[in-house]
Design a protein around this ligand. Structure first.
Ligand code: ZN
Length: 392
């Protein structure tokens, strides 16, 4: 019996890319999906009656900054009084205030802080999260962050994928010398990140006051790992750059116009949209998801969970925003947090409930898949199964 679990009496089961099975039974064995069948469980499985509730693959959050210390609630108050994100950053706040907090902690302390964020994500139905470095901005601190990402994956029920984001901001000791800092990133950090195997991708924040096209080119030219890019959050033109560099994903895209979207579609760059960061910053312009979907692009939705611009671990909230603010359907939103998110991470073993996939699933306290996004911030997560075992 051990390791063999059957979720019986399921309502709707989202198996893969919009395919729904009604009245099914989901079979897990040894941490993998054996099958999703119609009708009751065969013998030899420990049965969990889910009472007609809906079942989806475990959610995948393909863009987070969930390893951090401190909070930026003080800036939240400043923004409430009218200060902008850029004004706060120019005053020494923003990313650099989190950098100070992260540098003060050793790996053990940073792990203790970040583990809490992993537990929050699990409770929201996330079973795999991509987590970026980028609050260390010095070789030892960047590696410390990526080691914490690895430990979360090993010591909590949340699976993690590390991304190296050394080019997140220019640290104070390189103020006015962005090129000098990029030398450090490319010549020292990149080889160490690659040789230690702690990251699956590189990332860079391309924005006025942060990094530019030449910096992104330098990182891309290392050809060491797939490139992901933060582009077009506040300005435009980044989508074309991501297409030119053959990026794996282009993330944010709030300011991307029709030509940029066409360029991304032609270059098969996966768009990763972060509507909670728009919402949390009190902005109005959401990415044009509808146009991307019309181009047949695999639109991904992620939280961007971070202490500054998107302090939320909740993919269900992100799905609600996608439907209310970006014209996505509930099913498109679910695909954005499952099968498409797996694509963004280059993974085929998660984001679906199909034979051989990881036994990661969420049981939602509703009999209608649409209600996962229809209810806003309602506690609908009834159970989370990770590697075939109940984690929440
Ligand atoms: Zn981000």
């Amino acid at each position: 019996m051990s390791g063999r679990v059957a979720l019986t009496n399921c309502g709707e089961v989202l198996t893969n890319a919009g395919d729904v099975l009604h009245g099914g039974t989901v079979l897990f064995s040894s941490g993998r999906v054996v099958d999703v069948i119609v009708g009751p469980s065969p013998s030899g499985f420990e049965s969990v009656d889910v009472g007609g509730r809906v079942v989806t693959p475990g959610l995948i959050d393909a863009h987070t900054h969930a390893v951090y210390a401190g909070s930026r609630a003080n800036e939240y108050e400043m923004r409430a009084k009218g200060a902008t994100y850029q004004e706060i950053a120019a005053g020494g706040g923003g990313i650099l205030s989190t950098v100070r907090a992260v540098r003060e902690l050793d790996g053990e302390q940073l792990f203790a802080e970040s583990r809490k964020h992993a537990e929050w994500m699990l409770k929201c139905g996330t079973t795999t999260a991509e987590i970026k470095s980028g609050y260390g901005l010095a070789t030892l601190h960047e590696l410390k962050m990526l080691d914490v990402v690895r430990r979360i994956g090993e010591e909590t029920a949340l699976d993690t994928v590390g991304t190296f984001l050394g080019a997140h901001a220019v640290p104070p000791e390189f103020a006015g010398d962005r090129k000098g800092y990029m030398d450090l990133v490319v010549d020292e950090m990149v080889p160490l990140v690659v040789s230690t195997g702690v990251a699956s991708a590189f990332d860079i924040f391309v924005e006025e006051g942060y990094f530019d096209a030449d910096d992104a080119r330098r990182l891309a030219e290392t050809l060491a790992l797939p490139l992901r890019m933060h582009v077009d959050q506040f300005s435009s033109g980044g989508a074309q750059l991501a297409s030119e560099l053959g990026a794996a994903t282009a993330d944010h895209l709030e300011q991307t116009g029709p030509e940029g979207i066409e360029a991304l579609a032609d270059a098969r760059v996966v768009p990763v949209l972060l509507p909670a960061s728009v919402f949390c910053l009190g902005q109005k312009k959401y990415p044009d998801a509808r146009r991307m979907l019309d181009f047949g692009m695999p639109v991904v939705l992620a939280t961007d969970f971070n202490p500054g611009s998107s302090p939320t671990p909740s993919l269900p909230l992100v799905m609600s925003l996608a439907c209310t603010q970006m014209g996505m359907t509930p099913m498109e939103a679910l695909c954005g947090c499952t099968v498409n998110a797996a694509k963004a991470l280059g993974r085929g073993d998660i984001g679906v409930l199909a034979p051989g996939a990881k036994a990661d699933a969420v049981v939602w306290d509703t009999d209608d898949l649409s209600e996962v996004s229809y209810y806003v911030s309602a506690p609908l997560v009834w159970a989370v199964f990770k590697d075939g075992e109940r984690a929440v």
